[in-house]
Design a protein around this ligand. Structure first.
Ligand SMILES: *[C@@H]1O[C@H](CO)[C@@H](O)[C@H](O)[C@H]1NC(C)=O
Ligand SMILES: *[C@@H]1O[C@H](CO)[C@@H](O)[C@H](O)[C@H]1NC(C)=O
Ligand SMILES: *[C@@H]1O[C@H](CO)[C@@H](O)[C@H](O)[C@H]1NC(C)=O
Ligand SMILES: *[C@@H]1O[C@H](CO)[C@@H](O)[C@H](O)[C@H]1NC(C)=O
Ligand SMILES: *[C@@H]1O[C@H](CO)[C@@H](O)[C@H](O)[C@H]1NC(C)=O
Ligand SMILES: *[C@@H]1O[C@H](CO)[C@@H](O)[C@H](O)[C@H]1NC(C)=O
Ligand SMILES: *[C@@H]1O[C@H](CO)[C@@H](O)[C@H](O)[C@H]1NC(C)=O
Length: 589
């Protein structure tokens, strides 16, 4: 592993206090909707993601990073406020933390209040009533949030069928020449961000720009050329495409979000346990990959612009998915569960001069075209079409396998930029504007980048033994499909029509599934929850799950009821109930 000079890092940390405002680091905060770590840089050699791989090679990549709830708004609200869903009281796609919980200072707001220009582009907060119908402007942002003009077509029939008919389908490769508006939201949002960066390069004020990509969220609408990278003959099914034995139904999602699309509806898949036909599972997996490469290209354009406008050497770049995504694993689709595959995300942090050597000739992030034969190609890696870019397996950046959480991001970014770092929230923090329920990742970053004389510090370092997530349910069994007020609403519909959302009301939550991942295990309890008083009742347990990674890495066999594991389950239950506070890496209040 390369050891980089720590002095530069210290300089970066000291920048805001020691030097003038103009040398304060900028922040490019990249968030990708529904992106699980299905990326070349996470070892998925079938994936063509050359730009994100390049960012990873110049960043610290977190290999075991988890969100606090596997659905957009609760997850985003959590990492943007630095607090967990129980404290934001946002478990659905409707509630706004400022209304239901407290007037918390968000991460972009913290930058704004410290003299930064802050801008939201695309999906950073969940739009609509979940962010006060303004994407939390003006609290969080200097300017109103930007949304691409073509966003309004997302819920519309834009997918051409072979007979020319247009549908609103999950699988939706399009021709940019004929698609309404002549473009797609992520392309237009990227254009805006590039113009924003250009403007910033001229006025020299520090900025925080949140760039939120929509794909690979459903519908998989992307320029059809990306399908060429993923011939169906190369696509495989999930290794475990069946309902896990001994899985309590409360743990399962019936993937309503997917069932609403025309192509899926036409298959008459029985509710709630009917399976997507195998050939269509392959098509969905193919399109998830194609939509990911399309997003990779837009990420590449933004990174390339940082170079072009001379901003790369003073900009911290962060990258994260808002939760994972099930592609047929456990016969499930979408997110909305507590499985590892739904809560684990890609997460990386690039610190100029620290996680990568300064660029030669100002080119830190030259754009990489997925379709061009490139130096990255490794014949042994595989791929039938040798003209496509493949991950360069020897091109590795720094990485950490520490158990980390998206809620840790707030304190981390604040510390890296030299702003005040929030301290740990007290038990009841609804009236505390500035505090966090995460922990700064800076000790891990230092541990990776420090030089060898600091070995002593390194040995003494401890980190969290466990990470925590949760997911609510209205009932023990999946409810009728016609029962519309649900936790699994179609997010795209919502994004377009915030007012419709609020009229639907809040999800009738009666159960909360609290889950914990440790080194060796995942342990989950589904317990009674009163939404009126926001009170969990730990004595009323509906179901438990226990997975043992050494023998069951894909969480296929729930052994919570196996007699031999009762002592283990009991001790994990105590650890889960003690919660995140007991798992903090250093003593706190
Ligand atoms: C919320 O806090 C902001 C500053 O952080 C303040 O301007 C605003 O008035 C507060 N709103 C309420 C309703 O307390
Ligand atoms: C860039 O600056 C120009 C000129 O001030 C302005 O018209 C435009 O709206 C700005 N664009 C962005 C994305 O900030
Ligand atoms: C689905 O059901 C509809 C109406 O019951 C029927 O017309 C159609 O043929 C069915 N499609 C398939 C693929 O079974
Ligand atoms: C892969 O990356 C390594 C490290 O950056 C570089 O030295 C090597 O030349 C690259 N290989 C190819 C085939 O591009
Ligand atoms: C490989 O992909 C390129 C670019 O799409 C295409 O032109 C070429 O025909 C493909 N080659 C093979 C062998 O599939
Ligand atoms: C916070 O809550 C925990 C558990 O409910 C309790 O043990 C602890 O004493 C509380 N701390 C304070 C300062 O109230
Ligand atoms: C700190 O670094 C050491 C040596 O590289 C490594 O073994 C250890 O896992 C790291 N600890 C954490 C918590 O990242």
């Amino acid at each position: 592993m390369a050891v980089l000079p720590f002095a530069l890092f210290a300089t970066l940390l000291a920048a805001s206090s020691a030097l003038g405002a103009s040398s304060r680091p900028n922040v490019l905060f990249l968030v990708v909707d529904d992106l699980r770590p299905k990326l070349g840089c996470y070892g998925e050699t079938n994936m063509v993601t050359p730009n994100i791989d390049q960012l990873a090679a110049k960043s610290i990549r977190f290999d075991r990073a988890y969100v606090q709830q596997a659905v957009c708004s609760p997850s985003r609200t959590s990492f943007l406020t630095g607090r967990r869903p129980d404290t934001t009281r946002v478990f659905d796609l409707v509630s706004y933390f400022r209304k239901v919980a407290g007037n918390y200072t968000t991460l972009p707001q913290h930058f704004k209040e410290n003299g930064y220009i802050t801008q939201s582009v695309g999906k950073i907060f969940h739009p609509g009533s979940a962010s006060g119908k303004t994407d939390d402007y003006p609290y969080s942002w200097t300017f109103p949030a930007y949304h691409a003009p073509t966003k309004k077509f997302t819920g519309k029939k834009i997918c051409p069928e072979p007979d020319g008919k247009l549908t609103h389908s999950a699988v939706c490769p399009v021709d940019l020449k004929t698609v309404p508006g002549g473009s797609l939201p992520d392309i237009q949002n990227t254009d805006f961000t590039i113009e924003f960066l250009k403007n910033r390069s001229m006025d020299h004020e520090p900025f925080f720009v949140g760039m939120g990509y929509h794909r690979p969220h459903l519908p998989f609408a992307y320029p059809k050329k990306y399908l060429d990278l993923y011939p169906l003959s190369n696509i495989h099914l999930a290794p475990n495409p069946y309902y896990p034995p001994w899985l309590p139904e409360v743990a399962w999602t019936a993937f309503k979000e997917l069932r609403k699309y025309d192509d899926i509806k036409a298959m008459n898949i029985s509710y709630p346990f009917g399976e997507i036909p195998l050939p269509y599972q392959l098509k969905l997996r193919q399109s998830y990959s194609a939509a990911t490469t399309y997003t990779d290209a837009q990420v590449g354009r933004v990174l390339d612009a940082l170079d072009k406008f001379g901003l790369a050497d003073n900009t911290i770049i962060t990258f994260l998915g808002d939760h994972g995504w099930q592609l047929g694993e456990h016969a499930e689709w979408t997110k909305h569960t507590n499985f590892d595959i739904a809560v684990r995300i890609p997460m990386m942090i690039h610190l100029p001069g620290v996680t990568a050597k300064p660029a030669t000739q100002g080119k830190m992030f030259p754009f990489r075209d997925a379709f061009k034969h490139s130096l990255e190609f490794q014949p042994e890696a595989y791929g039938t079409n040798q003209s496509f870019s493949r991950p360069n397996l020897s091109e590795k950046g720094l990485s950490s396998d520490a158990l980390v959480e998206a809620v840790d991001f707030y304190a981390t970014i604040a510390e890296l930029a030299g702003l005040d770092v929030p301290s740990t929230c007290p038990n009841n923090s609804f009236h505390v504007k500035f505090c966090t329920e995460g922990a700064s990742l800076v000790p891990i970053i230092k541990n990776l980048t420090m030089t060898s004389q600091d070995d002593d510090v390194r040995k003494r370092m401890t980190w969290k033994p466990a990470v925590f997530s949760q997911y609510p349910r209205p009932s023990v069994h999946p409810r009728l499909f016609t029962d519309d007020v649900e936790e699994e609403e179609d997010e795209e519909e919502e994004e377009g029509e915030g007012s419709q959302t609020s009229s639907r009301g809040r999800t009738p939550i009666r159960i909360m599934g609290y889950t914990m991942r440790t080194e060796e295990h995942r342990y989950t309890e589904w317990i009674a929850y009163d939404l009126k008083t926001y009170t969990p009742t730990w004595s009323k347990v509906y179901a438990r799950e226990l997975y043992i990674y050494s023998s069951d890495p894909d969480e296929d066999v729930n052994v919570a009821k196996v007699p031999a594991f009762q002592d283990l389950a009991t001790s994990l239950s105590q650890q889960l109930r003690a919660g995140w506070r007991k798992a903090l890496p250093y003593p706190t209040l």
